[in-house]
Design a binder for this molecule. Sequence first.
Ligand SMILES: [Zn+2]
Length: 216
Amino acid sequence: MKNRIFNIIFLGHQGSGKGTQAELLGKKLNLPILAMGDFFRREISVGTEIGKMAEIINNRGELMPDNITNKIVAGELAKKEYKNGIILDGFPRNLIQAKALEEALKTTLAILVNISDKESITRISGRRTCPACGMVYHIKYNPPVRENICDRCSEKLIIRADDTEEAIKRRLEIYHEETEPMIYYYKQRGLLLEVNGEQPIEKVHEEIIKKLNIAH
Ligand SMILES: [Zn+2]
């Protein structure tokens, strides 16, 4: 199993926990993870050309155009550290990106961490963020000791604009429109592995491992 090359991509709704699953699987298989959100945040904080461009586009509230994203990812994937396999999180986001990815890398598996729209809304709309320290709570799954007050710095918690029900519903619409054709694309080619994301984190991980057919 060690010599086998795994190029794995993670798909799933906002709040599906796919980022966490990507990390756990990366540790298990000893594979590097390229998480696009983190990648762009890093580029922005360092102030690279990519970062500057991403910042302008972010500030406009727009998404990075596919052709630019594809080029950036292809550049990253050419790096030596990914030659024995990689786990991608946050890319591809649509069919155009998925097809571009195939030119740079042979996908061995697309793991879909499945949760319903309803669960996605519950998970995200319940988020409360501390504006001072950035701690994220959840009113149901991870509440602060005192209602709506940060445990760390006693600041009043807020709901981020991205976490309102309206914003989530808008993102879910985009998700269905853009991601579903891509899911079908991987399914058709026999590369889709679907897991139930509405289970505790450890159970989801176990299901992935079981389905990957790797001994514990
Ligand atoms: Zn705080």
